[in-house]
Design a binder for this molecule. Structure first.
Ligand SMILES: NC(=O)c1ccc[n+]([C@@H]2O[C@H](COP(=O)([O-])OP(=O)(O)OC[C@H]3O[C@@H](n4cnc5c(N)ncnc54)[C@H](OP(=O)(O)O)[C@@H]3O)[C@@H](O)[C@H]2O)c1
Length: 299
């Protein structure tokens, strides 16, 4: 049994779909299991998270579990407790969703995830900690501006990062969960490592805006924002200050040192990572365009 935290989220959902397609039993943790059950494939067992109160974890979710996928967005400060209880319940492998910001000593989100990586490393479980770069779906933050006046407003427009598709992160996680981290061998890019996951190319926000315009069939404007004003907007929208600092820090660093493309998605899945253009075409409707429909699933 695979226990997936954050199962209804950006990475969790495609991960659950890949595991189910491989015939694996999946238990999904969700604050709203009825909604999760409706959103996820029928064979998935949805378990309520949070019913026991803050700081607790539903222990029944760990019964018979062999592998756990840990997403901090869902687990929060319960990571240490979850790992301890997982070890006590005989769980063998843990896959942590970390971040490429962990490479940056000065990044507060990176520091937070390095601490999560330490907990995983010291858990006694076999582990991997995936370090993806910025997600394709982060572009949804631009949707309202594109729909309203055809403009994306962001700072560091020329900073080159390597946006990655959540389905590719999920595909790497699925391989680790399905193969088991012991079966991957010494040369594995995953077992006991912190592999960086990227898309296929370096793209600036200006590049992404151009690609989005091509997917929509109409030009989208880019307007450079002052980083301080952008950060204030994120915080006003409810993003915690340290997370806003982490995101701003990732782009500020990339402005000086473009983020490198990583070979890991292709090494692990045998396929090149999906380009942003594919994501943009599939999500055109969110930006007021005609939807090309979801691209066919690749496994
Ligand atoms: N975005 C990026 O560019 C990026 C890059 C690298 C790493 N990361 C890391 O990836 C993780 C986020 O992954 P994700 O995008 O897959 O997660 P997500 O979609 O934001 O959330 C995953 C699930 O967590 C559950 N959840 C529990 N408590 C929540 C709360 N208080 N607020 C919101 N959701 C809550 C929700 O499921 P239920 O409603 O079903 O409970 C949600 O579907 C973070 O740790 C982040 O640091 C992100």
């Amino acid at each position: 049994m695979h226990l997936i935290t954050g199962a209804t989220g950006n990475v969790g959902r495609p991960l659950v779909e890949l595991l189910v397609a491989a015939g694996a039993p999946v238990r999904a943790l969700s604050r709203d299991p009825e909604k999760a059950a409706a959103a996820l494939p029928a064979s998935v067992e949805a378990v309520r998270d949070g019913a026991e109160g803050p700081g607790t974890f539903p222990l029944e979710a760990l019964e018979g579990v062999r592998t756990v996928f840990v997403n901090h967005a869902a687990v929060g400060d319960r990571t240490e407790a979850l790992l301890r209880q997982a070890a006590e319940h005989g769980v063998r492998d843990v896959v942590l969703l970390s971040t490429a910001a962990a490479l940056d000593e000065a990044n507060p989100v990176g520091a937070h995830h390095r601490e999560l990586e330490r907990l995983v490393r010291e858990s006694g479980l076999r582990w991997t900690a995936l370090r993806p770069g910025v997600f394709h779906s982060n572009a949804l933050a631009w949707a309202e501006g594109v729909r309203t006046d055809g403009t994306v407003r962001a700072p560091y427009g020329a900073a080159r990062v390597t946006p990655v598709d959540e389905r590719d992160i999920a595909a790497v996680a699925a391989r680790a969960l399905l193969d088991g981290l012991d079966g991957l061998g010494e040369g594995s890019a995953l077992a006991g490592r912190t592999p960086v996951l990227s898309g296929p190319e370096q793209l600036s926000t200006e590049d992404q805006v151009r690609i989005l315009g091509e997917a929509l069939g109409r030009p989208v404007r880019f307007e450079e924002l002052d980083p301080g004003a952008w950060r204030a907007g994120l915080v006003a929208a409810g993003v915690p200050e340290w997370v806003a600092d982490g995101l701003a820090g990732h782009y500020a660093r990339a402005a000086a040192h473009p983020v490198e493309v990583s070979p890991v998605v292709e090494e692990v899945t045998g396929r090149p990572p999906r380009p942003f253009a594919e994501w943009a075409a599939a999500h055109a409707a969110a930006f007021g365009g005609a939807s090309a429909g979801e691209a066919p699933a690749r496994r």
